[in-house]
Design a protein around this ligand. Structure first.
Ligand code: FAD
Length: 248
């Protein structure tokens, strides 16, 4: 989809420059584009030691392994604390000179207290090696590049919702995520309250990662997807009721 606009009581979606489809209701579920490191060899190890996002940190303990985390934000700090409970050693890599401007104090304090967590500033990942899965990473800092043992690399440098093509009439938060139901506030124009997962444009719903304040997990996205169908039915019923009322 490349465009969305409202027409009469419905919505028109642009599929390409030549083709449009119209619908009474629309569900947005475009997810997030995670920022990637520009190190092509890492693609070889995707989900075989290299992970974008922190979800894998929850599901795999990485007991006794050496883990590298790229990132300087709270998600990197939280992942480091979680992983340090199981991993032999966790190294946080960041390009900047400190964490103070990007990571909460309580996380920095907790990281300081862990004996098996190190932070390397002014450093970046430049190469990777391994047979079936990740075994080593090349890190480049001020004193040059060196290979270190690493069985897991988490890249936690943020992401961006795939929502740039949406019209400005559709309320989004400061991160670009689509705002729904209770969070819409004064941008909501109808007398009735917004339905669950309904956006600031009546009849357009948003679920999954693209939704503001959603839990960025598969199970949550699937759950929201099943719930929103019921909400769409409610919305369509309300349209039918309006037409019946107008025809009386
Ligand atoms: C590398 C990685 C590993 C992860 N591991 C886990 C894990 O182990 N456990 C877990 O619970 N979660 C994990 N997650 C998070 C999980 O993948 C997401 O929470 C979940 O997929 C969100 O589902 P979604 O439907 O909202 O978005 P997505 O799964 O991202 O699906 C969005 C879909 O919309 C399509 N799309 C986007 N824009 C458009 C457009 N304009 N027009 C048409 N189609 C479009 C995309 O191509 C995509 O197919 C991981 C995420 C990443 C990136």
């Amino acid at each position: 989809m490349t465009g969305l606009r409202s027409r009469d009581a419905g919505h028109v979606l642009a599929i390409s420059e030549e083709m449009e489809v119209s619908a009474s209701s629309v569900i947005l579920a475009m997810g997030i584009e995670y920022r990637r490191l520009h190190v092509p060899v890492l693609d070889r190890f995707l989900n075989a030691g290299v992970f974008y996002g922190s979800s894998q940190a929850d599901s795999q303990p990485f007991a006794g392994q050496r883990v590298v985390i790229v990132g300087a934000g709270n998600s990197a700090g939280q992942a480091a604390i979680h992983l340090s409970r199981y991993a032999e050693h966790v190294t946080i890599i960041c390009r900047g000179r400190g964490l103070a401007s990007s990571m909460s104090q309580y996380l920095r304090d907790e990281l300081d207290a862990r004996g098996n967590v190190a932070v390397r500033f002014g450093t970046e990942v430049v190469d990777a090696a391994g047979e079936q899965s990740l075994e080593r990473l090349a890190l480049r800092g001020e004193s040059g590049a060196e290979w270190v043992s690493a069985q897991a690399l988490f890249v936690l440098i943020g992401g961006h919702p795939r929502a740039d093509w949406l019209p400005p009439s559709l309320l989004r938060d400061e991160g670009g995520y689509v705002v729904t139901d209770d969070s819409i506030g004064s941008a909501w124009r109808l007398e009735r309250a917004p339905l669950m997962f309904e956006t600031s444009v009546p009849g357009i719903f948003a679920v999954g990662d693209v939704r503001s304040r959603s839990v960025k997990r598969v199970a949550a996205a699937v759950g929201e997807g099943s719930v929103v169908v019921h909400q769409v039915h409610r919305y369509l019923e309300s349209l039918t009721a309006q037409v019946a009322f107008a025809e009386r």
